[in-house]
Structures are given as C-alpha cells and as structure tokens.
Design a protein around this ligand. Structure first.
Ligand SMILES: [Zn+2]
Length: 414
C-alpha cells in the first residue's frame, strides 16, 4: 500500500504571497525546522531568480555538511528549457526540481493567447524534463498547473508523457482551490491508475477545503496504487486564501476517522515541533496565528463552557481529540517585561555580548565577536526585526554560511 509524504512549499508558495515574505536567513531557518520535524522535502525556492542564488547555494552547502539532512531541497521553475538551463547555470548543485506548466483549457487559451495548443504544452514539458535529466537532476516533479480545471483525458495524456520521459512524480495542482474532497478523490485515483506515477497533491483554500482536499487526494493516489506527496505550508500561508496547513494536514492524516493507521505517513513527522515551527513562521511572516487554528491556535485546548470544562477536567479525551503535549505545547512562555537588550542593525558590541551571553554563546576574542556582530547587523537589515535565539545561534555556529546568505549583491545588472 502506498504511503503519504510531505513536501512543504512555504519557501516557494508562502513567500510569493502578496504582502508577505521572508529574509534569506528566515527561509534557511524554515528549512532547518522542517528538517527537524521530519518533512520529506522543502520546496526551497526559485533557482532562476537572481536574489535567491546565494541562499539556494548556501542551503545546498548546509545539506552537504549534514545540517540539512535528510530533508531534500527542491527548486521550482517553469517547464521551459530556458528555465532549466538557467537553474543549472546559477545553482549547478541542484538535484531536485519541480517544473510547472498550465494544462487547463482556460489557462492555455487565457495565458498563451492562442500561441500554444495542447500538444505544444506536452512538448514544452518533455523538452524541459529531458534537459533537467541531462543536466543531472536526480528527481523531477512535473506540475500540472490548474489540473482541477483540466480535461481528465488530456491530464492523463500529459502525465503519461511525463512518466515516459523520466518524471519522478506528477503534481496535481488545484491552483484555484476549485476541487472538493469528492472530486479530487475520483480524479487523482483515475490519474494514479492510468498514469502510474506517484502523485503530488497541491491544494488551495479558496473554498475552505485545502486540508480536506489534500487528504482526499492522497487517499485517491493510494487507492489508485501510488504514493502520495502532499504539499503544505506552515500556518497555511500561501497565495490568496492559502495552502494546506502543515500541522493540520499531519493531524488529519494521523488522527482523523478512517485515516489513522490505514493511510500512513511514509516518514514519521515529529509533531512535537509543531508549536515551535508555527510560532517561528508567524513571527517571521509577521502574521498572527488565528485563535482557532488547529493544534497551535490559542484556543485549540481552551475550554470555558461549564459542560466542556467539567468534562475535560474529568478526562481530557472527553473534549480533546489529541493532547497539547503531542504538539510541543505546555511550557510556560517567558515574556520580558523589564529592561531588554535587542540585537539590531545599529547595535554595538556590549549589547551584543549581553544578548549572546544569555544564550550561552562565547567568543574566542573581540575580533570573533565583532565578526558575528557584523553578520547579525546584516541579518537585521534584511529582516527588520530582532532575530530569534535560533537565528543568533545559527549565525554564531555557521558564520561563513551566514555571510553567503546575507550577500545581496545584484547579479548581472548593468
Ligand atoms: Zn500554489
């Protein structure tokens, strides 16, 4: 029986969301958190976008050093030969790619404006896929953008061509959040059966069904005889109404009626990191966690009504499906209410030593401290907010990588 794997796309779909973004250091921290949690792959960015290059290269270096291991780092590009060549020119070490092209009649007509037909789309995808394989990609996922509005026979033809030319997976993109659990189950099952490739499920929340559709799609893939790869983002941050929330999706897979113990994760996810990763993403994106967010919202384990409170005191299982401790919650949170020293972009050595001393980082000499302080200042310039402990520790531990990450020298500009 097939298994379910998580491919988190916060560093791609999340950061391309209107009004939101992450610094390169914050993107790196997201990869570190995802790796600690046991996520199979992080779609870590755009290898054809110049300002991403140093970040992507340094994260691949972290992978080589064993810091980002076993997580796989996959880049996202358009399915064109030009994009594949550019990706390998800028990031020669990249090993995993997802290549994307629109497949619905709406988008073929509405985006290519009569310049491409259905066969052209398949040919473009094949050319890009073959180029990626030739250039040394270990895995290539082929994305059918707007798959939920694509004619099923054409989608199967598209997927079969991808399989014949060496694709590792087919990504079924419900780009507009148009599917329901009923439709996505049937469609993905048919594709899995007929195409014979593992299926990625990429869902959006425009109709409030991103998580439900994701697990229904995964069930379709598995019932069709294939592995399923669900695309998530932390806190569901993504285009428009967002994507399938990482924590909620894992909870749905492991706790929901009829799913638990039957449709299982291929790699265990450490749910006890949920609280930490959600809080970090909320801080880094500067988007509060909704009070009623599954698992990590302030009210997820709060009870006020008499009957519920009484029930939960007698036995939490009366009104709680899972425990807060499973999600890494329960420790009291310390909030500074007195004098506080923050490491900022205009900070000095004395304040910096104080901040680092609190998290037990020691420097060999003043030169060493100065060097790390400079990097922390640059990180602050980029993020415009005090760095969290984990970021400070990262910079102190990997100053050379941090230096690369924080390099924002425009490439190839006249
Ligand atoms: Zn998307």
């Amino acid at each position: 029986m097939g298994k379910i794997y998580i491919i988190d796309v916060t560093n791609r779909d999340g950061v391309q969301t209107a009004r939101l973004g992450l610094s390169k250091l914050e993107k790196t921290m997201v990869n570190i958190y995802l790796n600690e949690m046991g996520v199979y792959q992080s779609e870590f960015g755009f290898p054809t976008t110049k300002h991403e290059i140093y970040y992507l290269r340094s994260n691949l270096e972290l992978a080589k050093m064993g810091v980002l291991k076993p997580i796989r780092l996959g880049g996202w590009i358009r399915a064109t030969t030009h994009d594949v060549e550019t990706a390998f020119k800028y990031v020669p070490e990249i090993k995993h790619l997802n290549i994307s092209i629109s497949t619905s009649e709406q988008m073929i007509q509405g985006k290519f404006l009569g310049k491409k037909n259905r066969s052209d789309i398949i040919q473009m995808m094949i050319d890009a896929l073959e180029t990626a394989r030739t250039k040394g990609a270990d895995s290539v996922g082929v994305n059918a953008e707007d798959a939920s509005r694509t004619d099923l026979d054409y989608l199967i033809k598209f997927g079969s061509a991808a399989r014949e030319h060496g694709a590792s997976r087919l990504r079924y993109c419900d780009t507009l959040g148009y599917d329901s659990p009923f439709t996505i189950y049937e469609t993905v099952k048919a594709i899995a059966e007929k195409v014979g490739l593992p299926i990625e499920i990429h869902c959006h929340g425009d109709l409030g069904m991103a998580v439900a559709n994701s697990i229904a799609g995964a069930k379709g893939a598995i019932d069709g005889g294939q592995d399923a790869y669900i695309n998530t983002t932390i806190n569901g941050i993504g285009e428009r109404a967002g994507n399938a929330d990482l924590v909620a999706t894992v909870l749905a897979i492991t706790k929901s009626k009829g799913f638990e113990g039957k449709y299982e994760l291929g790699m265990p996810i450490d749910l006890s990191k949920s609280w930490e990763i959600s809080k970090f993403a909320s801080y880094a994106f500067d988007v509060p966690i909704p009070i009623n967010q599954p698992g990590v919202g302030a009210n997820a384990f709060a009870h006020a009504s008499g009957i519920h409170a009484d029930g939960v005191i007698k036995d939490p299982q009366n009104y709680e499906l899972y425990s807060y401790s499973e999600l890494g919650r329960g420790d009291p949170e310390m909030v500074e209410t007195g004098t506080e020293i923050c490491a900022g972009e205009y900070g000095g050595i004395s304040g910096f030593r104080h901040v680092m001393g609190k998290i037990e980082v020691e420097f060999s000499d003043t030169e060493d401290a100065d060097r790390i302080l400079t990097l922390v200042r640059y990180a602050n310039v980029e993020s415009q907010k005090p760095l969290v402990e984990k970021e400070l520790l990262f910079i102190a531990k990997y100053p050379d990588i941090a230096k690369q990450l924080l390099t924002l020298r425009p490439l190839d500009t006249p």
